[in-house]
Design a protein around this ligand. Structure first.
Ligand code: FMN
Length: 193
């Protein structure tokens, strides 16, 4: 069986976003491993409207062309790393909307989180874990929480991710989780359709 493919989704689309930095760092780190394949996914390349389908996607596929392209991208992947900010103690609206815009394509796949904010965006991630369960996904325990010290250091003080080696330790624990879940669930989906 081919290696599992993981999409690293940048969960902010605003101009001047910080999200590019942790996404590029995570992508570089992940590509050093040979057990999974990785692809960076920018939600700017998937300009979804705010959800306006007639029915929930649990009932019927989306009619909107951008949503169909998004669902096809999600379907092509075996797992996800979401790189997300925390907005008002929740995930960004653009990321939540992207999760709402596919259903069956997310089912029975793992999702892991790289997040940044004043308390490492922990509040947003707990909400995303609940959303993921409703999408019939397997949220991993290990996550990368980029807290205020690292966030400000990288954003304003010329520091890099290498100055905070605990982040790479957390990222490798996340990747270990994801490798097991992505490979196991890919095999199970293939065996059970
Ligand atoms: C609408 C809004 C709400 C925010 N709320 C939070 C918050 O609840 N917790 C937090 O840690 N940071 C919060 N922030 C600050 C963000 O962490 C910071 O702006 C970060 O750069 C956003 O990620 P981005 O640059 O990739 O979009 C908020 C920012 C915005 C724009």
């Amino acid at each position: 069986m081919s290696q599992a493919r993981i999409g690293i989704i940048i969960g902010s689309t605003r101009e001047g976003r910080f999200g590019d930095k942790p996404a590029a760092w995570m992508h570089t780190l992940a590509c050093q491993r040979d057990d999974l394949q990785f692809e960076l996914i920018d939600l700017r390349d998937h300009p979804l409207p705010f959800f306006d389908e007639a029915l929930p996607l649990t009932w019927t596929p989306a009619k909107n062309a951008a949503a169909q392209a998004w669902a096809a991208k999600v379907a092509s992947l075996d797992g996800f790393i979401v790189v997300t900010p925390e907005y008002n103690h929740g995930p960004s609206a653009v990321l939540k909307n992207a999760l709402d815009y596919a259903y069956a394509e997310f089912n029975r796949k793992p999702i892991a989180f790289v997040c940044y904010g004043y308390v490492g965006a922990a509040r947003a991630i707990e909400q995303l874990r609940l959303n993921a369960v409703e999408l019939q996904m397997a949220p991993t325990r290990n996550a990368v929480h980029i807290g205020m010290v690292e966030f400000v250091g990288i954003l304003q003080q010329g520091k890099s991710f290498d100055d905070y080696p605990h982040l790479a330790t957390a990222a490798n624990a996340l990747l270990d989780d994801l490798t097991w879940w992505a490979s196991t669930l890919k095999h199970a989906r293939s065996a059970n359709h």
